[in-house]
Design a protein around this ligand. Sequence first.
Ligand code: CU
Length: 450
Amino acid sequence: MNLTRRQWIKATTQLTAASLLPWPLWANQPELPMISLQARETTASWLEVPTPIWKYNQPMLRMQQGVTQLIRVTNHLQVPTTVHWHGLRVANAMDGVSGLTQEPIAAGASFDYEIMSPDAGTFWFHSHHNTIEQLARGLYGALVVTGNDEPLFERDWPLLIDDWNLNTNGRIDSEFTNRHNQSHAGQLGTFLTINHQRGPWLGQAKAGDRVRLRLINSATNRILQLRAEFPGALWLAKDGQPLSIPEPMPEMFILGPGERWDIGWLARDSGRLLEVSGGASLVVAEVEVSQGEKAYIPSYPGAMALPGNPMPQLPVGVSQKVPVLLEGGAMGQLQTAQYQGERYSFPELASQGQFWAISGQTGMPKEPLFRARQGESIELQLDNRTAFPHTLHWHGHHVWADGRWQDSLTMPQGQKRSVRLLAGSPGKWLIHCHMIDHQATGMMTWFEVV
Ligand SMILES: [Cu+2]
């Protein structure tokens, strides 16, 4: 038989393909990329005396959008722990909530988190077991998910901003159950760190550099009030989700615990970021801009817009309306609430260390706040009837609020508003105040996607 060259190539290709078939399919599967994350005790050199803290060996993780990543968490602490991937739309079993989605990782043990983020953006991770202590001791890190078609930034800086409650010996005040703080605005710190380093954080750029600042509030309770001196800077994304059109960044803005803003800035002259909630102005970050040889500075920074993530389309109608009443705390009007299946008066709740309620329940209720089928559109009618602001956080989901997707939302006292949630992956998902003193004393609930 005479074969032409083309026929011969075709025949041999088919032969090669056929000869591969008997191999098991898994033989060609690449191994998952693995990150070894270790929770351990260490010390920080912030003051003249060392400060014992708890920290991950890698407090700055990067992973690729859409690629499954294996993160092996080894617990070198003397107490159990878990890791929650804040803002990532992961499978429920990987969400890291002890007592709801997994058993805690025992001291000395490991747990494999297999996570895939459909979204590129700025996220973070932290302990979700005895969070009130473990987050305050420093168990958190930044998680940057990089996309394929993101615009180029010459500088890309995640900044985890935290405040610490240190005593006169430079140690973390280990009283995590101060009832006065818990029933008010929560324990605030006085000592500011950025990426676990004493502030201010310093960055260097050249005139004409496109700078991406990823601001993350990793404080346990403090709502940061930030003043930005970055002329012409833009808000690019909230909680990892890009704005469809970048917005001019206001000079003053707040960042509640767990919230993130991505900022795009065309560097011309030096800029800085200040924190002013404590009355005095503390410098959080300074970017020094050197006037180098770069002659051309583009005048239109529109090219900084981030490509959208694969978020679902918001349907027109809603299938359920769920009231989410935030009640309790000092100077609140909470009379009674259910706690562990029993109804108690507010003084009885307070004597058990419970101060805050969501829709009449304090602590983790046995039944979910609502159940929804995957893809269902829910209207959450948020109503903050307390005398304090709260930063609500939804696990595994973003809600549509203020024309953008957000996984954490700061609500001033007395505020009433509706947001939309589209039920995502099946499982049990937490909703709680990310001021951890409030979460630990009652302000949490959960919903179930079936
Ligand atoms: Cu709160």
